[in-house]
Design a protein. Structure first.
Length: 284
């Protein structure tokens, strides 16, 4: 099996590469080796490698900057995705797209979203991710869209390592503040990678939520991180409006793996056990 992975420098892309390279023929590309906004580069890579599976994790993910410069998010998340789609049109390649549970919007205050809830993106970033979904649904021969969120994991040198950044904060402070309203599903990238492999091996197609079990608030999440780290730092509640944002991000990004459960395909564990296991691997 030949697998092409975009976004290889990210915490999910790197984890997928490490897991899959042990078993399959893998070509991993970061922004330095593949500019997905270039039709020429994309076609060259896919024609040379001829992947059986394309896992598209690359994305413009800066939610705030996307509000200020939406064209940057559109160039990567929409037209970059379209370039990849076009490049495999003559093959039977499975297109796997990593989307976001943030695309559902504001409809629910606390209850988690299922795949049957309406999608109403509230930010330019989430709009661009959903537009990418629509392109795939219209044009891919075979596709797997996975809506996930609040990813954690990776090595300590990666910029988006949420857990390690909280560790650095807690080492230098006696008090941290966190939002008691914002809700989501902390999701370990190794668990997500194993779930992706499970779906590939079972020849699954379609659109699914794919998050770890048990939605929580940002406050509860950070409290659990600090508790597992064993640091003498208190995590206190502070309202979300104390963290001003340009992007109108929904206060509820939580989800249930309803589709995966219905089809007997869900192997995602509870995030708390995965968080503890991950922190133990860091040897801090």
């Amino acid at each position: 099996m030949k697998i092409l992975i975009t976004g290889a420098a990210g915490i999910l892309g790197k984890t997928l590469t490490e897991l899959f390279s042990e078993k399959y023929s893998v070509l991993s590309c970061d922004r330095n080796t593949l500019d997905i906004t270039s039709r020429v580069q994309v076609r060259k890579i896919t024609q040379q490698f001829c992947p059986d599976i394309l896992i598209h994790t690359a994305a413009f993910t800066n939610v705030e900057k996307a509000e200020e410069s939406p064209e940057d998010a559109f160039a990567i998340n929409i037209y970059g995705t379209l370039n990849l789609l076009e490049s495999i049109q003559m093959s039977n390649c499975l297109f796997i797209y990593i989307s976001s549970t943030g695309i559902y919007g504001f409809a629910k205050e606390k209850m988690p979203y299922t795949e049957f809830d309406a999608v109403v993106p509230t930010t330019q970033y989430h709009r661009s991710k959903y537009e990418g979904e629509l392109l795939i649904q219209r044009h891919a021969h075979r596709f797997l869209i996975l809506r996930t969120g609040w990813l954690f994991g990776g090595d300590i040198h990666q910029r988006k390592n949420f857990v390690y950044r909280r560790y650095l904060e807690a080492k230098s402070k006696t008090i941290l503040f966190a939002d008691p309203i914002q809700r989501g599903n902390p999701t370990y990238v190794l668990d997500l990678s194993r779930q992706i492999e499970h779906l590939i091996l079972n020849e699954v197609i379609g659109t699914y939520n794919c998050v770890s079990a048990e939605p929580v608030t940002r406050l509860e999440y950070i409290q659990e991180i600090i508790s597992n780290l064993g640091l003498n730092c208190e995590v206190r509640s502070i309202e979300g409006n104390k963290f001003p944002r340009i992007a109108p991000v929904s206060s509820n990004e939580s989800a249930l793996n309803y589709g995966l459960d219905m089809r007997g395909l869900n192997i995602m564990p509870n995030w708390k056990s995965s968080l503890k296991m991950y922190i133990n691997t860091l040897a801090l």
